[in-house]
Design a protein around this ligand. Structure first.
Ligand SMILES: C[S@@+](CC[C@H](N)C(=O)[O-])C[C@H]1O[C@@H](n2cnc3c(N)ncnc32)[C@H](O)[C@@H]1O
Length: 243
């Protein structure tokens, strides 16, 4: 595992561990981020195409997991992709019940991987990925695929806990290891909790700047990154150039 790739055995094990987090995912996520996760999700929604809280156009979420972000996306045409059938099964009823209650069209759920997106070129008005990019087994290939499926002028928005430098990374590691680990053990009552994989992928994940560079190298323009309060996560944005 390095900041660009995860080998296939490790990725399979990571996926099994991610699936095991489904029942406690939202609880631990809220706790681990001291409740800030809701603001980060709102920051992504604000960067998707649309007016106010209502999204417009066709937007792809890569790595939707159990639907924690998708359920609050109002309007537009949302397509949620994940390589785990179990994640999609958890997300489908939850997200579509909320969309139906708001009068929005149902989400299209697609089994697939960032690295081989099963979509036509130039077919999305926006794309996002929250707490998933870190898990992609080939981040460069995944970003190239996202670029391919975006329409010219469309934007990708990514959130994940990158580090600014080694010292920041050490704090992040301690935070996940001690704080999140203790919560998983005490509140969820499991000593060998799969959540510890978070620490592992965090350690191998690169810096904010590594992925600014990667977004630029695969061809995104107007690439920006911001470490968001209180310094636990980075939000990256990149645009597909108008041809
Ligand atoms: C922690 S969950 C994120 C859930 C959700 N996006 C959120 O906002 O909380 C990470 C998801 O990324 C998915 N994932 C892992 N590797 C992936 C890949 N190569 N391509 C697309 N999704 C991937 C996992 O299956 C998992 O459901």
């Amino acid at each position: 595992m390095d900041h660009e790739t995860i080998d296939s055995d490790e990725w399979d094990e990571l996926m099994r561990n991610l699936e095991a987090t489904i029942p406690v995912y939202d609880r631990i996520n809220r706790f681990a981020t001291l409740g800030q996760v809701a603001k980060w999700r709102a920051a992504v929604r604000a960067r998707l195409p649309g007016e106010g809280d209502s999204m417009t156009g066709r937007v792809l979420e890569v790595g939707c997991g159990p639907g924690s972000f998708a359920e609050d996306v109002a309007g537009g045409e949302l397509v949620c992709l994940d390589p785990s059938e179990l994640m999609l099964e958890a997300a489908r009823p939850r997200v579509n019940a909320k969309r139906e209650a708001r009068g929005d069209s149902p989400v299209e759920f697609v089994l697939g991987k960032a690295e081989e997106l099963p979509f036509d070129a130039d077919s999305f008005d926006g794309a996002c990925s929250l707490f998933s990019f870190r898990d992609w087994y080939d981040k460069r290939a995944g970003l190239s695929e996202v670029l391919r499926v975006l329409r010219p002028g469309a934007k990708v928005v990514i959130v994940d806990p990158a580090k600014m430098n080694r010292l920041h990374g050490l704090f992040g590691w301690l935070w996940m290891r001690v704080w999140v680990g203790a919560y998983a053990r005490i509140v969820c009552g499991v000593s060998d909790h799969p959540w510890k994989w978070l620490t592992k992928t965090y350690v191998h994940f690169g810096t904010t700047r590594d992925y600014v560079r990667m977004l630029e190298e695969v061809g995104f323009v107007d690439v920006r990154a911001k470490v968001i309060f209180p310094g636990m996560a980075t939000i990256w944005e990149g645009t597909k150039a108008e041809s």
